[in-house]
Design a protein around this ligand. Structure first.
Ligand code: SAH
Length: 393
């Protein structure tokens, strides 16, 4: 039997159903499991704690699949997990959206696996040795459950290197009929480039927050920083915004943003696209005396590791400070951090410091998080990464 035996005292997180076993917690490896194979996790007294996928190259040696000794990890296990996630996520959906995150890794009981559904296409990321090991089985269950047009793999995320896995981008089933897929979110249409876009193609985690921005958009002049393909911009314009200025460093993202305007019959006269570095452009706007009614700040992860916390915090503060200076009286700032390592409490402090430095009084009138299809299991709080504040000047 393949098993890892933990050091004395290292079993307590497993008693609390936490799904990660780090290499430093392991006393002994029994058997000869290959990368991704299922192993039992035993306490120093040889008591069963969990079973999970073995990852010899990673710091995270085992990711737990089940805490039940009698549960068999096989095709049916994956079928049930995916089927149940689909049912739960569909309860969150309405006729105004056709896309959602089917599997959000550990939170949906399948560590290292991300599956997004874009209309009739599924896009997967197999980010751990275990997810990679079960790939064929998982794809078969997805075909059985969803009958999709195509299953596309976007395993080109750097985290795979930590698992000793290469980067892959390929179709696993069927074919993409068009270069981009058309999806519906909150009644807005979007093109998603699942082959060349970021991550799996679209930031589904912002769905609820886009709807919220829509509520504040009527008759407003809006600045959307880190716009990507215009998720927030299209929602705002479909809800009566007068104009949206978009800033992003990616020219491809801005091109697709223009196509998204066309798709929604939005006049291109309402859009100003600026390709460049948000940090610099905001400073130029302050010097030029520009003002906006609503500003959205949705930067990429600025804190990638604990060591980057101070540097990242400074970058968040800098961004928020310049944004505050660009807001009209009563203007509203939607400000986000997707850095899991930066707590919501610290983020609020940073935004406060930014307002103080900008000499602006502002009030928090709303708090934001990731959309409910990215739900966070209580036993796995690490899954909460996206937080945001709605601040009114
Ligand atoms: N708000 C977007 C998602 C933003 S993702 C949405 O709703 O879909 C972050 C975006 O920031 C990416 O499109 C990336 O190209 C862009 N980006 C990263 N660093 C940047 C910088 N310094 N200046 C401008 N854009 C940047």
């Amino acid at each position: 039997m393949n098993a890892v035996i933990l050091k004395k005292g290292r079993e307590s997180s497993l008693y609390r159903n936490h799904p990660w076993v780090f290499s430093g917690a392991i006393q002994e490896l029994k058997g000869n499991p290959v990368s991704g194979e299922t192993v039992d996790v035993l306490s120093f007294k040889n008591e069963f704690l969990a079973k999970g996928s073995y990852s010899p190259k990673s710091q995270m040696t085992v990711r737990v699949l089940s805490f039940d000794k009698n549960e068999i990890i096989d095709e049916n296990f994956f079928y049930q997990k995916i089927k149940s996630a689909k049912m739960k996520k569909e309860l969150l959906m309405d006729e105004f959206s056709n896309s959602y995150r089917v599997i959000f890794g550990e939170s949906d009981g399948l560590p290292g696996l991300i599956i997004d559904k874009y209309n009739h296409v599924l896009v997967c990321q197999f980010l751990s040795a275990g997810a990679e090991y079960w790939k064929e089985i998982i794809v078969q269950q997805l075909i059985n459950i969803f009958n999709p047009v195509c299953i596309y793999e976007r395993s080109d995320a750097d985290v795979r290197k930590k698992e000793g896995l290469g980067l892959i981008k390929q179709s696993l089933y069927g074919e993409l009929k068009n270069e981009v897929i058309e999806i519906l979110e909150n009644g807005c249409k979007y093109f998603v480039d699942v082959i060349n876009g970021h991550k799996t193609g679209f930031y589904l985690d912002q769905k609820v927050n886009r709807a919220l921005v829509g509520n504040y958009a009527e008759n407003k002049n809006i600045l959307n920083c880190f716009s990507y393909t215009g998720g927030f911009s299209i929602t705002a314009l479909n809800n009566g915004a007068v104009s949206v200025t978009n800033i992003d460093s990616s020219s491809n993202a801005l091109k697709l943003l223009l196509k998204n305007c066309e798709l929604n019959n939005i006049s291109s006269g309402k859009i100003i696209n600026v390709q460049g570095n948000v940090f610099n452009i905001l400073r130029e706007y302050v010097n030029e005396g520009k003002k906006f009614d609503v500003i959205i700040l949705d930067p990429p992860k600025l804190v990638e590791s604990a060591g980057q916390l101070t540097k990242g915090a400074r970058a968040y503060k800098d961004l928020n400070m310049t944004a505050f200076k660009l807001l009209n009286e009563n203007g509203i700032l939607f400000t986000f951090s997707c850095s899991g390592l930066l707590s919501a409490e610290l983020f609020q402090k940073i935004v406060f410091d930014a307002s103080a430095d900008a000499k602006i009084n502002a009030q928090i009138i709303g708090r934001m998080s990731q959309s409910p299809d990215h739900g966070v299991s209580l036993n796995f709080p690490e899954a909460w990464y996206l937080k945001g504040l709605v601040c009114r000047v």
